[in-house]
Design a protein around this ligand. Structure first.
Ligand code: FES
Ligand SMILES: [Fe+2]
Length: 410
C-alpha cells in the first residue's frame, strides 16, 4: 500500500474511533442459508470458481531457486509447480503420461528429476519426459510429445497464479485490476521468504471460512481473550476493487500514530490490511510478514472444506528483528530469536483462526444443515459479507441480495 493511502486509511480509522462510528454498508441483507448447503450450487462453484478460474497457488518464495518444487492437491487437478533451470515458474498436471500415477508425492523440496513411482518414467523441471526404463522393450514413442501436461501460469507482484485448465489463461493484471495490482506491487511480496504453514479440514462450507475474515464485529465477543487484546473490534475501513476487496482492521496500537510524525505512520502498526482475492484467497500483510489463507471446497460435501494457511516473512525481517507493533513481549522475542519468534507468532495467529473462527464457522454450518434458518443477516457494519456474496451470486448468474429496509423484515 502506498504511504499516502496508508495515511488516508489510518486517519479514517482514527476518526471512526473518535466518533464511535464504523463503516456502513447502507443497510442489511438476508443471505439464504442454503448457499452453504446446496449440492447443485456447490457443484457450480467448484466448476466455475475452482475449475475454470485462475488460482493463487503461492508466493514467489514458495519456489526460491531453480529446481524448487511444490505440489498442490486441493483442486480437482493434482498440480506440480516448479521453478525451472532458467528461473521460470511452471506448473503441470501432476500425472504421469504413462498410466497416470501421481509423479511427485512430496509436498515441497528441490529436485532435478521427478520420477514416477510406478515404472520410473522421469521428468525434468520443464516437464519434459527425460527417461523411461527399458525403452526398447516398451515400444517407440515420441518422448517430446509425452511431457507432463503444462498449465498456464503467471508470476507477478510476488504471486504465483495458475489456471487449472490446460487450455485456460492467466492475466494477473486483468485479474486484479489496475488499482489492486498497484497496491500489491507496493507491498513487494516478491522479496518475502516462506516461514511455514498449516492446513485445516473444517466441517463448514468454504464460503463460511471466507465470511469469518469479513468483519470485526465479532472481535470483542469471539476473540475477547485473544485478538481483542490487540485489535479494536467493530472499527474498520472497507473498499472494493472489482470482484476483490480490502478491509483495514484497527489495532489498539493505532493511538501511537497520534504522537508520531505522519511520515513514520505505518498501516501495519496501526492496523491489519485484509485483502480478499476472488474467490477463495485472504491476503493479510502484517508488520513482519504476510498470512495467506486459501479455502477449498470438499468434492463431496458442501459442508466441508480445507483451509490452507501460509506464513511469509518480509525480506527485511528475515535476517533482523526490526520494529514491531509496540508489544513488549513480542519485541523481546523478535530480538532474541527472530525466525523462531515469528514462527511462534504465526502459529499462534493460525491457531486462533482454527480454534475460534472456524469453530464458529462449523457451528454455523450445523445450523445451516438443519435447514431451520431460512436466512442469516449481514449487518450494515459487515460490508465485506455483502460484497462476497453478491460477487459469488453475480459470478453464478444469480440476482444480487437486495438491501432491506427494517419494515420489509418484519
Ligand atoms: S505410470 Fe508412471 S511410469 Fe508408469
Ligand atoms: Fe475472527
Amino acid at each position: 500500500m502506498e504511504h499516502n493511502e496508508q495515511l488516508t486509511q489510518i486517519k479514517v480509522l482514527l476518526s471512526r474511533l473518535d466518533s464511535g462510528t464504523n463503516v456502513d454498508a447502507g443497510g442489511v441483507r438476508l443471505n439464504p442459508t442454503n448457499s452453504y448447503t446446496d449440492l447443485a450450487r456447490a457443484g457450480r462453484e467448484r466448476e466455475l470458481f475452482f475449475g475454470s478460474h485462475p488460482q493463487l497457488l503461492g508466493l514467489s518464495c514458495d519456489l526460491p531457486q531453480p529446481g524448487s518444487f511444490f505440489t498442490a492437491d486441493d483442486l480437482a487437478t493434482p498440480i506440480l509447480a516448479t521453478r525451472d533451470e532458467d528461473g521460470r515458474f511452471r506448473a503441470f498436471v501432476n500425472a504421469c503420461r504413462h498410466r497416470g500415477v501421481v509423479v511427485e508425492e512430496e509436498e515441497r523440496g528441490i529436485k532435478r528429476r521427478f520420477v514416477c513411482p510406478f515404472h520410473s518414467w522421469s521428468y525434468d523441471p520443464k516437464g519434459a519426459l527425460v527417461g523411461l526404463p527399458k525403452e526398447e522393450q516398451f515400444g517407440e514413442i515420441e518422448k517430446e510429445c509425452f511431457g507432463l501436461v503444462e498449465l498456464p501460469t503467471e508470476e507477478k507482484y510476488g504471486f504465483l497464479f495458475i489456471h487449472p485448465n490446460p487450455s485456460g489463461s492467466v492475466d494477473v493484471d486483468d485479474l486484479l485490476g489496475e488499482d489492486l495490482a498497484q497496491e500489491f506491487d507496493a507491498w513487494d511480496f516478491g522479496s518475502f521468504s516462506r516461514l511455514g504453514g498449516d492446513r485445516y479440514e473444517i466441517e463448514c462450507n468454504w464460503k463460511l471460512a471466507m465470511d469469518t475474515f469479513g468483519e470485526t464485529y465479532h472481535f470483542n465477543s469471539l476473540h475477547r481473550d485473544s485478538l481483542a487484546n490487540f485489535f479494536q473490534g467493530n472499527v474498520q475501513c472497507y473498499d472494493t476493487f472489482g470482484q476483490h476487496h480490502r478491509m483495514v482492521l484497527c489495532k489498539k496500537a493505532i493511538h501511537e500514530m497520534r504522537e508520531w510524525p505522519e511520515d513514520q505512520w505505518d498501516i501495519t502498526v496501526a492496523g491489519l490490511p485484509v485483502y480478499w482475492i476472488f474467490p477463495n484467497n485472504i491476503v493479510m500483510p502484517s508488520e513482519w510478514g504476510l498470512y495467506v489463507v486459501r479455502a477449498y471446497p470438499d468434492v463431496n460435501d458442501p459442508g466441508k472444506h480445507t483451509s490452507v494457511i501460509s506464513f511469509y516473512v518480509r525480506g527485511d525481517k528475515a535476517s533482523a528483528a526490526g520494529t514491531n507493533n509496540g508489544v513488549d513481549e513480542r519485541q523481546a522475542l523478535l530480538e532474541t530469536a527472530p525466525m523462531e519468534a515469528l514462527s511462534a507468532i504465526a502459529q499462534g495467529f493460525a491457531a486462533i483462526i482454527r480454534d475460534e473462527d472456524y469453530v464458529a464457522s462449523a457451528s454455523q454450518q450445523r445450523s445451516a444443515n438443519s435447514g431451520t434458518l431460512e436466512h442469516v443477516i449481514f449487518g450494515r457494519n459487515e460490508p465485506a459479507l455483502h460484497h462476497y456474496h453478491n460477487t459469488y451470486r453475480a459470478a453464478l448468474g444469480l440476482d444480487p441480495l437486495p438491501l432491506l429496509d427494517p419494515a420489509s423484515m418484519a
